[in-house]
Design a protein around this ligand. Structure first.
Ligand SMILES: [Zn+2]
Length: 159
């Protein structure tokens, strides 16, 4: 795309922010479908983009948090209310369960974290790197998150 028209689009989007927002809101299903299709065609685009703009993303997030402390507090409060079992596992006794020295999915040794596939069994801990950890949950249709590791386990049992 030509620089000039790119610039023009940027200005247009800024000027008509509310209008665009409203339009997107009215055609939510359409954009959602388009987005899914596009992601299927370009599976690595988001990952590559995040990788390229890592520092920028971090800075922007920090700036956003600075202006939205109230919202962050509100979100944390809601999360705690919705996930009492996770809070319990993560706050007491998380460290009690040892972590392995590499990711059980990809073998990476960088930024290892504890993953709890089943919060009713806090002693059941899987060691995952931060990258694989974000991949363990997928959004189901109702917006509910589901653990992929737990899924794999139940599938294996059935065989
Ligand atoms: Zn990994």
């Amino acid at each position: 795309m030509e620089e000039k028209s790119k610039d023009y689009q940027k200005k247009y989007r800024k000027k008509n922010k509310q209008k665009i927002k409203k339009y997107r809101e009215e055609h939510k299903e359409y954009f959602k479908r388009k987005n899914i299709e596009w992601n299927k065609k370009n599976p690595n685009y988001n990952k590559d983009w995040r990788e390229k703009n890592r520092i920028d993303i971090r800075r922007k997030r920090r700036e956003w948090t600075k202006g939205n402390e109230g919202r962050v507090v509100e979100y944390t409060k809601n999360w705690r209310k919705k996930n009492p079992e996770k809070l319990k596992v993560n706050s007491n006794g998380n460290k009690k369960y040892p972590i392995k020295n590499k990711c059980e999915w990809c073998g990476s040794t960088y930024r290892l974290q504890r993953h709890h596939p089943d919060y009713s069994r806090p002693e059941y801990v899987i060691t995952l790197c931060a990258y694989c950890h974000t991949k363990t949950y997928n959004n189901e249709k109702g917006g509910k998150t589901k653990c992929l590791v737990a899924n794999q386990k139940t599938k294996k049992k059935k065989q």
